[in-house]
Every structure is written in structure tokens, then in C-alpha cells.
Design a protein around this ligand. Structure first.
Ligand code: GLN
Length: 284
């Protein structure tokens, strides 16, 4: 093979797909997206011009991206974006990559919030702002307050809100309910960290911010904080929706019940895993 052949689009792709087989669940898609990102052209170009030869600089750019992916870096960080609730969102290593199963949390919240409602919605631990942005876009008359302890994550979330021209989100910096003390919301949603501190999964997820993933020895520290704090800023009869691990639904229910929450109900994600628990603030 000549040196030119090494840089032919179809051959580059074939080679990259083979190399990505172990590192990715979708080697062909990843290879194509990385190549498009390097040549700054749409995917259709790859199919229309398989015999095109890349110049050296472009090839090196692609090779550098491929190496990052081979090392296990999520596609979302390499590409700088991820689709969630049909919005193309900016993400950075300061934020968790939005997961498709988190769309269940959005879906359940939307079922609670009437279309024309002018509710005050609180999101705790917004990260890239994925949930806040989805709710803000679906419920333009509601006011969303999105809290995060990471300034860097809030920077990304603010950019997402700006890029989607959503003016009904306010961002607040701090730990859980601390920045919204004294206020009252109609509904609270959160996808908090819930991975156990020593869990093997954290090695695989090593590119993502640990503080967005891990929550103490049993992974439930954040859920305990939410169960303890949210009642003070939620209207009576308001709903709290929390995402959690597939094997945590009973523990989450017990924590909520012990903190005085009622109507505790678990919901399964599209894979059939218990993923979100809803609870109501009883009393007046
Ligand atoms: N669902 C994530 C995972 O892949 C964890 C997200 C979280 O801790 N909020 O493990």
C-alpha cells in the first residue's frame, strides 16, 4: 500500500473501526463522527467520496482524536456536545455526559407540570443543564432555578441556556438547597451523584467528574441530603423526583420514608431498570 492509500477515507475508516472494536459499543459510528469532525464536513461526504485522500494535517488531527477515543474518553467530550431531549448540548469534562435514561426524569416531571402552568421548578445538580434546558423549553411559562456546586459546570449550563435562547432559567451556585433557602417551589427534580465510592464503574467513567458521580460508600449520600433538605423549599403536596441507580430503589424509598416523604413511587427506564423515584411532601 502506498503512503497515499493510508490516508484514503474508506481505508482510514476501516482501520479505525477495527481498532475501536474493544473501546466502543459503536465503532463505525464513532469512527465516522471523528473523521467528520476532523475534516469539518457532514457524514454524507464520507460516503460520497470514499476514495478521497486526506492531507497530512487532517490525518494527524483525526489520529489524535482516535487515540483519545481508544483511551476511553467519551465521544461527547471529544466532539464537545451531546444530544439530550433533542437538543444538541455543549458538554465539557466539568459536566457529566447526559445519559438517555435521564430523559425519564424529564418525562415524569412534564407529566406533573400542566402545559400552561406558571410553576417554579427547582433542579438540583444541573451539570450541563440538560434537564433544566429540556424543562424550560417544554414549559416556557415556568421559571426554572438550576443549582450546581461546580462553577465550571454552571458555565456550561449557562451557555446551553443562552444557545437555545431560553430566558426562563436562573442559575445558582451552591450545595443542594443552600442557595434557594427561604424560597418555595412547585416541583423539584434531581439527577444527583449515586455511584458507590469504590465501584468498578468509576474506572470506566474516569473522564467524568467524580463529584458528579460518586456519593459516599453506599452511593446514597446525595439522596440523603435531598431527602433531608428538599421538604423545606417544596410547597406542600409538591413532588420531588430523584434519579438513582437500578439497584437503589428500595434504599431510596426507605430514606425518603424515614425523612417523612409520602406517596413514594418508583419508575422504570426504557431498559426496565428502576431509575427514578417520586415522592410527595406531605403535611401543610
Ligand atoms: N447513570 C450514571 C452511570 O452511568 C451515573 C449518573 C449519576 O451518578 N448521576 O453510572
Amino acid at each position: 500500500m502506498s503512503q497515499e492509500d493510508d490516508r484514503r477515507i474508506d481505508l482510514i475508516l476501516g482501520d479505525a473501526v477495527t481498532r475501536l472494536a474493544d473501546a466502543s459499543d459503536s465503532p463505525r459510528l464513532d469512527a465516522e463522527l471523528l473523521l467528520c469532525h476532523s475534516i469539518d464536513l457532514p457524514r454524507s461526504y464520507l460516503f460520497a467520496h470514499p476514495e478521497d485522500v486526506l492531507d497530512n494535517t487532517t490525518f494527524e488531527r483525526f489520529d489524535a482524536l482516535l487515540r483519545r477515543r481508544l483511551d476511553g474518553e467519551p465521544m461527547a467530550y471529544i466532539m464537545g456536545s451531546k444530544e439530550f431531549w433533542s437538543h444538541e448540548l455543549l458538554v465539557s469534562p466539568a459536566t457529566l455526559v447526559p445519559r438517555p435514561e435521564t430523559e425519564l426524569l424529564v418525562d415524569l416531571a412534564l407529566r406533573e407540570i400542566p402545559r400552561k402552568a406558571q410553576w417554579k421548578i427547582l433542579e438540583l445538580g444541573t451539570g450541563s443543564g440538560a434537564i433544566a434546558v429540556a424543562l424550560a423549553a417544554e414549559r416556557l411559562m415556568c421559571e426554572i432555578t438550576a443549582v450546581d456546586i461546580s462553577d465550571a459546570a454552571l458555565g456550561v449550563a449557562r451557555q446551553n441556556a443562552r444557545q437555545l435562547e431560553l430566558s426562563n432559567i436562573t442559575f445558582a451556585h451552591g450545595s443542594w438547597c443552600e442557595p434557594v433557602r427561604g424560597r418555595q417551589f412547585d416541583i423539584i427534580v434531581s439527577n444527583p451523584p449515586y455511584v458507590r465510592a469504590g465501584d468498578d464503574a468509576l474506572t470506566k467513567l474516569r473522564y467524568e467528574p467524580l463529584e458528579a458521580l460518586a456519593a459516599g460508600a453506599d452511593g446514597l449520600d446525595a439522596v440523603r441530603a435531598l431527602a433531608a433538605e428538599c421538604g423545606q423549599v417544596l410547597k406542600s403536596d409538591g413532588v420531588l423526583l430523584i434519579e438513582h441507580g437500578a439497584d437503589q430503589c428500595e434504599d431510596v424509598a426507605a430514606i425518603l420514608a424515614a425523612a417523612g416523604w409520602t406517596d413514594i413511587l418508583n419508575h422504570a427506564d426504557f431498559a426496565g431498570h428502576p431509575r427514578v423515584t417520586a415522592a410527595r411532601r406531605g403535611g401543610t
